[in-house]
Design a protein around this ligand. Sequence first.
Ligand code: GMT
Length: 371
Amino acid sequence: MNIVVLHYHRIGGSGVVAYEIGRSMAEDRGHTVHFMGLEPPFRLGDSLTERMKFHRVWVKEYAVFDHQPYALALASQLADLIVEEKIDVIHSHYALPHAVSAALAREMCGRPVKTVCTLHGTDITVVGSHASLKNITRWAIDRTDVVTCVSDYLKHETVKHFQTAPDRLHTVYNFVNPHFFHPRLKLVSGTPHKTGCKTVVHVSNLREVKDPVAVIRIFHGMLQRIQCLELFIVGEGPLLPDMVALVKELGIGHCVRFLGIRQNIGPILASCDLMLLPSRQESFGLAALESMACGVPALASRAGGLPELIHDGENGLLFDPDRPEEAVEKGVRLLENDAERKRMGQAAFESAFSHFDIQKVMDQYEALYRK
Ligand code: GMT
């Protein structure tokens, strides 16, 4: 099959999922995959091949525009690509604007290409359901042949916000690539940890929905009970200044390291003891799954789709996001109990690769493409 993948290139879950599906369809299953966007997916590097191509979308700058019309430029150039490359399937990641551009391109080019859209989260819960974009989001969902959601929670939210018929929505969970996330990646030397200290890690784009300021508060609570403890923050985002200010106010700068954006986070995750994810909204929580795949249990909020991958007390820990003291209590208990942490880490690893195995998920996507 000839497949187009419409993706966001910035570091983030939907970009990772889009790239990994494209890569696997090309490398493992022999399809030809055309990534299309403003920049190549961040993991693509120089691995372009005859089966894996990238098409940059050109956007015309013009003084009349306050905002460049990316969605329209994408639709227009996609219409050409569909015809030139005899495209069979367009797979949009994140409804806006990709599913809209795909629907417009199909209409424009006259070729009966099929469309798939994977809804990732805030494209439904925050942006798509906002009054300013609701109609166009519903229009795009209705015109897409196959719509997938990364969790049952997101499926439920889509039905709630857009009254989509539930049988039009397929839950296809996210997955993890063992090449990037695995316990064997644990750093044996060159680890940034202080000797003997336990380590907590948080990975996100530090936006409001992730509640990254709560990470600092919960960590501070843990620090009252465990003397030698370090926190690593991976990522950048709008709440970074608030986090830095709180660290300073609490006087815990010597225990907190802001690592910024990292391309390869597997070795960092695999070298930590606990992943902390206090999100207020999380349709799936790919960062939690990546940490589980590294054998590191996640302590996460009971929010969105997180309980679909984390089973409290079995392969990780859940807490009420309105009760940070519950997170402190559960986190401290696990950090102080090496045997239990090891058992839970093993259970996390096993569930990451049994329930979220990349090839099983690719079977599901490929079956939907064929359908
Ligand atoms: O929807 C977003 O906030 C962006 C998106 C991303 O690109 O990181 O995150 C969503 O998609 C991920 C991949 O499917 C999920 O793991 C995240 O849970 C989801 N984020 C939210 O729902 C807040």
